[in-house]
Design a protein around this ligand. Structure first.
Ligand code: ZN
Length: 319
């Protein structure tokens, strides 16, 4: 890590000018220059661009909103563009996604002490259901496992519900705010008409002035949770990375959405969709203790990685 730090001393940064161009009303930055800024190799062929170093590998494709950052699927706010024959990404994505993931010290310093786990649904609100398997039961079961792991590691952990009862979204938000957490994580299970669809996805709050992953409308005003845009991105990335590594499940990527529990969060927060009840293979796994333990372990590892990044940011470390 020492080498990466040396390459990114402030003096070295100043030597790199990242050229920009307007593409479709957005300011875009040339990936070739971003590679130089990060001390990475740059390689472009046709519509694809690869940035690589000993530590990182980034893959982009023109017109795609999805890119791959160190093996994790990441949805950008804006599609990769091209200007004057060069491949470029939006300045917004550079500032709010790439920087917090690539350079730990751009994150606000701090540490994670208190964590709120929010098991989705409950009581009369069963969430998704299939063959008698209910989302509300799976989210609570996985939340309890995650609680135990984090508790053992010395974190102060709270659940928005610890039994099968209905809790409104507003109650979840105010319960979370009451304990002044450093991190909020909401757990859900997916369902969809197409039985083939499977995998994990992690949502974080759509930044102000950008579209959500499944929308082309721009978000007009910032929410409370937007105070944590860069931390939200890093947290989502760490969780998605660890979850897919531990479970081997399909990586559906990190995505932007304006979910209520994320909008009104008073700390970095994510909502994780941990698989599809409507996919026979995934349903079979989700109901087992072994797979629920894997999910809890992946979530915990992601949280710990985020905590480490926050502590490192405080020490002014490189990377
Ligand atoms: Zn749900």
């Amino acid at each position: 890590m020492a080498i990466a730090s040396l390459l990114l001393l402030p003096a070295a940064e100043a030597a790199f000018k990242i050229r920009s161009a307007r593409v479709g009303g957005q300011m875009y930055l040339y990936l070739r220059d971003i590679a130089g800024f990060y001390g990475m190799q740059f390689q472009a062929s046709g519509r694809r661009a690869n940035l690589s170093s000993r530590y990182s590998k980034l893959r982009f494709e023109v017109d795609k909103r999805e890119c791959i950052l160190n093996g994790v699927k990441v949805n950008l706010s804006y599609a990769v563009g091209s200007a004057a024959g060069e491949i470029a990404i939006s300045q917004t994505d550079f500032n709010l996604l790439l920087e917090p993931i690539m350079r730990t010290r751009t994150l606000p310093a701090g540490a994670v002490g208190r964590i709120v786990i929010d098991p989705g649904h409950g009581g009369s609100d069963e969430g998704a259901a299939n063959h008698g398997v209910k989302e509300k039961e799976l989210t609570l079961s996985i939340a309890r496992r995650l609680y135990l792991i984090l508790n053992r590691q010395g974190y102060q952990v709270y659940l928005t519900r610890s039994s099968d009862r209905r809790v409104s979204l507003d109650q979840r938000v105010s319960a979370a705010q009451a304990v002044r957490p450093d991190l909020f994580i909401s757990l859900h299970i997916n369902a969809v008409g197409n039985a083939r669809v499977n995998g994990l996805e992690t949502f974080f709050l759509t930044p102000e002035g950008t579209p959500s992953t499944y929308s082309s409308n721009t978000k007009r005003e910032a929410d409370l949770g937007n105070a944590f845009d860069t931390e939200n991105a890093r947290l989502a990335y760490e969780i998605q990375k660890q979850l897919t590594a531990v479970t081997g499940a399909t990586d559906r990527g990190i995505k932007h959405a304006n979910f209520v529990v994320l909008r009104d969060a008073s700390c970095p927060s994510v909502l994780v969709e941990m698989g599809f009840l409507t996919n026979p293979g995934e349903e079979e796994q989700l109901i087992t203790a072994a797979y629920q333990n894997k999910l809890a372990l992946g979530l915990a590892r992601g949280i710990v990685a985020f905590d480490r990044a926050k502590r490192k940011a405080g020490k002014g470390a490189g990377e």
